[in-house]
Design a protein around this ligand. Structure first.
Ligand code: GDP
Length: 200
């Protein structure tokens, strides 16, 4: 299946036309967002980690099988980012998440080993307010024992229950645990049944 980079956008006028469903990926810097995207589409270097975390990055649009857009949103929460950089991230994301008509779901990625940060919670709350569908992913599960994974997934799920209807999916870019489940949720949210995911 064809996966291709379409463009980077810093402003609404640069987005590709909203002519197909779209699913966006968000998470704090270094959480494993690029690794998740690359695992989903089986392309090693498709989504790239920024060389300078915390700098203002673009929204990166990819086309999957000409059926939908996958959007890599810039990572947030980098501690030493300047106030100006944080503000400009916020502005860019607010405009995108509130205006984009063809946006069907936002995959929010959390590290299974950490409690959700203030930034994570604010993002999920904000998405709920704007009635955006959230797909929760708890990544880096390979770093914990099976027992720890279950208990962390339960406690994070419990903490976010009041702001997200989605039950978190446990994922690892290393073992690919959860890949099929996440695809299932994306396909359902974006209504792209028949997408030959197995050929990705
Ligand atoms: P991004 O900044 O959110 O795009 O994060 P990256 O995908 O670049 O990952 C940040 C770091 O975490 C890299 O060193 C990855 O190799 C590592 N990483 C990402 N996902 C996983 C995972 O599922 N398991 C393990 N063990 N490491 C991961």
């Amino acid at each position: 299946m064809e996966v291709s980079f379409i463009k980077s956008a810093f402003a609404e006028s640069h987005y590709p036309p909203p002519d197909r469903p779209e699913v966006a990926f968000a998470g704090r810097s270094n959480v494993g967002k690029s690794s998740l995207i690359n695992t989903l589409v089986h392309r090693k270097g498709l989504a790239k980690t920024s060389a300078t975390p915390g700098r203002t990055q673009s929204l990166n649009f990819f086309s999957v099988a000409d059926r939908f857009y996958l959007v890599d949103l810039p990572g947030y929460g980098y501690a030493v980012a300047s106030r100006e950089a944080k503000k400009s991230w916020q502005r860019m994301i607010d405009i995108y998440l509130s205006h984009r008509d063809n946006l069907k779901a936002v995959v929010v990625i959390l590290d299974i080993r950490r409690d959700p940060s203030k930034g994570d919670v604010e993002l999920i709350q904000w998405l709920k307010e704007y009635q955006r569908r959230v797909i929760l992913v708890l990544t880096k599960s390979d770093k914990l024992s099976r027992h720890q994974v279950i208990s962390r997934a339960q406690s994070i799920g419990e903490e976010l229950k009041s702001i997200s209807e989605d039950l978190p999916t446990v994922f690892s870019a290393k073992t690919r645990q959860g890949r099929e489940e996440i695809w299932g949720k994306i396909i359902q949210a974006a209504e792209i049944e028949g997408l030959p995911v197995h050929t990705l």
